[in-house]
Design a protein around this ligand. Structure first.
Ligand SMILES: Cc1cc2nc3c(=O)[nH]c(=O)nc-3n(C[C@H](O)[C@H](O)[C@H](O)COP(=O)(O)O)c2cc1C
Length: 347
């Protein structure tokens, strides 16, 4: 598997990043990608929203925007997979190029702008699949929508019967104005409308926020989520900030930054969120996870689940096994018998 992947990696890393991503999806669709067949250590099992997952490492939104490969992605060894963001109607997204590797920084900048085939196509792929594994659907809004909140209601209503959890993504920096939905009044209105719409098909409903949220923003977001008894928050999306330490040629591109340069910021904001949530619902830590130590830091900062995307760009599917093994070692080192015992240890 290592040799197979090293060759594929050599080839893919020379291609434009979005072309390489398209080939990775094609390989997964045709069953060509390596599978992780080693059972997960029992210490990694985690219970969340009434379900027990084999491990807490998830694939973040953006990799499988159109629900083409949820089962193949689970086969890479992820404990959960999030498809989307899906918008109600198909849309092209921003002009290419819009996805850039920052190799020296182990970072990625993207300004995709929710390109996708739209809700009906994603639904047609999810409906016939047998419900194995834990697959969430991340919902977004069309760029030209006149009522963006209505787009979240439409998406969540449509996907509720076919998703193990739903995410309202109000934090993409690449759809102008979308992040305004994180404001106290706007967010409360949006989430309440979605909750009301899916009341007949209760499925965990969570919201994905930006790592650029200020302390005041976090006060508001958490107050709304606690008031509405939401099921969780993902912290977080890509950042508009640019650490001075970036050295890669593409560091000046506009868009959201992810990968290693985002690790500390997103874990700090996760910890601040956990302090405000006080265990009322689970948190998902996302941003710059590239090692078991990164995942463990997020768990200790309050995450029940962890997600990644950019690390896959640089290391491919073997990164999932490596992170799980490293995480199991760290848990055992600190005397925990289960990952659940470490959740929030640093909060
Ligand atoms: C190319 C690309 C596309 C993304 N698309 C989405 C998206 O459609 N919806 C979303 O909620 N997050 C999206 N994200 C953000 C990721 O889900 C994740 O929050 C972010 O990249 C931080 O994690 P990472 O550092 O492990 O990549 C995207 C990220 C990348 C790199």
């Amino acid at each position: 598997m290592a040799v197979w992947y090293a060759l594929a990696d050599l080839f893919l890393s020379r291609l434009d990043a979005e072309t390489a991503h398209g080939l990775a999806i094609t390989a997964l669709k045709s069953g060509l990608s390596p599978r992780d067949r080693t059972p997960d250590p029992v210490s990694l099992a985690v219970k969340v929203w009434g379900r027990t997952l084999p491990n807490p490492i998830g694939l973040a939104a953006g990799f499988d925007k159109n629900a083409e490969v949820p089962d193949a992605a689970l086969g890479m060894g992820f404990g959960l997979v999030e498809i989307g963001s899906v918008t109600p109607r198909p849309q092209p997204g921003n002009p290419r190029p819009r996805l850039f590797r920052l190799p020296q920084d182990r970072g990625v900048i993207n300004r995709m702008g929710f390109p996708g085939e739209g809700q009906d196509v994603a639904l047609s792929r999810l409906k016939p699949r047998s419900r194995r594994g834990f697959v969430g659907v991340n919902v977004g809004a069309n760029k030209d929508s006149v009522d963006r909140t209505a787009d979240y209601v439409t998406g969540c209503t449509a996907f509720a019967p076919y998703a193990d959890y739903l995410v309202c993504n109000v934090s993409s920096p690449n759809t102008p104005g979308l992040r305004n939905l994180q404001g106290r009044v706007e967010l409360a209105d949006l989430l309440k409308r979605v909750q009301d719409a899916i009341v007949a098909k209760p499925v965990p409903l969570i919201v994905k926020i930006a790592p650029d949220a200020s302390d005041d923003d976090l006060d508001d977001i958490v107050a709304v989520c606690r008031d509405l008894r939401m099921d969780g928050i993902i912290i977080g999306n890509t950042t508009l900030s640019r650490p001075a330490s970036l050295v890669s040629a593409r560091r000046g591109e506009s868009g959201g930054l992810s990968g290693a340069p985002l690790t500390t910021l997103s874990t700090d904001v996760l910890r601040k969120t956990a302090q405000r949530v006080e265990g009322q619902f689970p948190l998902v830590g996302c941003g710059g996870v590239g090692s078991g130590a990164d995942a463990y830091a997020k768990i200790r900062a309050g995450a029940s689940l962890v997600q990644l995307y950019s690390a896959l760009v640089f290391e491919g599917p073997p990164v999932v096994r490596r992170i799980k093994d490293e995480l199991a070692t760290l848990i055992a080192r600190d005397g925990f018998s289960s990952v659940s015992q470490a959740i929030g240890a640093d909060v």
